[in-house]
Write a protein that binds this ligand. Structure first.
Ligand SMILES: Nc1ncnc2c1ncn2[C@@H]1O[C@H](COP(=O)(O)OP(=O)(O)OP(=O)(O)O)[C@@H](O)[C@H]1O
Length: 251
């Protein structure tokens, strides 16, 4: 039994079957990639996994509890954290201030923007944020204006912000989209480091096959809303059904 269990999930948008009979089991402490051609249903599935979309039928269980219908903070409290396609950081704040946000939110149950302005006496929060930045190799950038950083560094910061909530499951939606190759490779290395250092399960949606094959231990291929194959990277690489589904995309 996986830490994340998706059973018989169907989701229609009007006449379009975006997800059809999706069954997926993600084993604890593995990196599981979900790939598939454009329109295959990957983002729809991710939105179901974080409770944002309620499927027409089926169940999604995380560690034995249903995620369906839960509010974002409840999903977070359950131990699920999501990194979006576009980095969700506050561009006007410094790197350190951004890193303090999830630490405040975890401590206080919610985050008030004015908490950032009243940090003089928040030694503990600052220390935790600095510690996280050190583990991300970003300590020297702590006073940088976040908006001015490279896409790779913004992503690194955002992943760190997720980690400071101690998730058991990290969901990544195309974490290297729009990145230069060097930033992509840095992100791969960061995710490997996180995997080595923590007990964490990572589910990743990704178009870049270099990223997928560098990280994934299991791969589920979605096509037209349904799982086509699920296997190890080696088996997926040469799978005729996968090549057919991609029709010219680099599988
Ligand atoms: N809110 C919505 N309303 C109507 N149709 C939708 C909605 N969201 C997604 N779809 C449709 O559902 C199908 C699956 O979309 P989805 O975005 O999940 O695919 P994807 O695999 O993530 O694609 P991509 O790789 O291009 O991001 C597509 O045909 C899409 O147009």
């Amino acid at each position: 039994m996986g830490i994340l269990e998706v059973k018989n999930v169907n989701k229609r948008f009007g006449g379009l079957q975006a997800l059809g009979d999706v069954n997926l089991s993600v084993e604890e402490n593995t990196v599981h990639a979900i790939i598939g051609p454009n329109g295959a249903g990957k983002s729809t599935l991710l939105n179901v996994l974080i409770g944002k979309l309620i499927p027409d039928t089926g169940s999604v269980m995380f560690d034995g509890q249903s995620v369906l219908g839960r509010k974002p903070y409840e999903i977070c409290q359950m131990g699920i954290s999501r990194v979006f396609q576009t980095p969700e950081i506050f561009g006007d704040l410094t790197v350190l201030e951004n890193m303090m946000i999830p630490i405040f939110a975890k401590r206080d149950g919610a985050f008030q923007m004015n908490a950032i302005g009243a940090t003089v006496n928040e030694k503990n929060v600052i220390e935790q944020a600095e510690h996280m930045l050190e583990s991300l190799n970003m300590a020297d950038k702590r006073h940088f204006h976040s908006a001015s950083m490279s896409r790779g560094d913004k992503r690194r910061l955002e992943i760190g912000m997720c980690l400071s909530q101690n998730p058991r499951l990290l969901l990544l939606d195309e974490p290297t989209a729009g990145m230069a190759r060097a930033d992509t490779n840095n992100t791969i290395d960061l995710l490997k480091q996180i995997k080595d250092e923590r007990d964490i399960t990572i589910a990743i949606i990704e178009h870049d096959m270099h990223v997928v094959f560098s990280l994934a231990e299991r791969i589920t291929v979605l096509a037209q809303g349904s799982p086509l194959v699920e296997d190890t990277p080696d088996k997926i690489k040469g799978h005729p059904k996968v090549r057919e589904a991609y029709l010219g995309e680099s599988a």
